[in-house]
Every structure is written in C-alpha cells, then in structure tokens.
Design a protein. Sequence first.
Length: 122
Amino acid sequence: MFCSNHPDQSADGVCLICRQPFCDKCGVTLGVLFFCVRHSAYDIHEGHAGVFKSTDKRLAGIACTALEEKGFRPFYVARAGVPVTLIGRLTPNPLVGSDLVLVPFEEVLGAEKLLSDLKIYR
C-alpha cells in the first residue's frame, strides 16, 4: 500500500476518518490511532470524532437532532464552563465549556457534509 499523496512512498497507516493510506509525513499517530494530517485535529473520544462544537447548547442540540434524523449515531457531550480569572474577574472559559457532538469515525465525513448543507457550522 502506498501513500495517497506520495505514490512512491509506502503508507504507514490508513486514516480512520477518510480511510486513505498515508506515509509518516502525511499522517500522524495519536496514541494507537492513525489519522492523516488534515483529520488529526479532531476531538477524539472512544472511537468517535467531534463534528460540532459550540458554547450554545441550543445549537449543539439542533446539530445532534439533525444528525439523528438522518440516521447518524451522534454522541452528545455537555461540558460545564470552568471559571477562569481574566482581568480581575471570573469568566467562563469558552473552550472548556463547549458542548460537543461526536459521531463514529466512519460517519464523520457524511455528518460534516450534512451539517454544512444545513448551514450548521462548528
């Protein structure tokens, strides 16, 4: 098997998201999981990848429901905001407090296309 980007290079793994083979320059091993560079920045949790993240619980719920209605298997993670001190006052940390919608690796590309078609963006 050869790299999708470098046909003269042997592949070191197959991306769990796009299912394409890549060499070590085009792919990344995260723990025991292999991803292409493009798909290596997802939030990963037990065989699932995050396809939507928002501090707006309503919008995250809409994304989750839209995916369920089309036959996807979303997993919703509600995260509580963690206060941090900014300029002398406590403020919720928007990164820690973001709700996350994950789907199994094999559903990521289809889920992202559906959310994009519905104009529901991360």
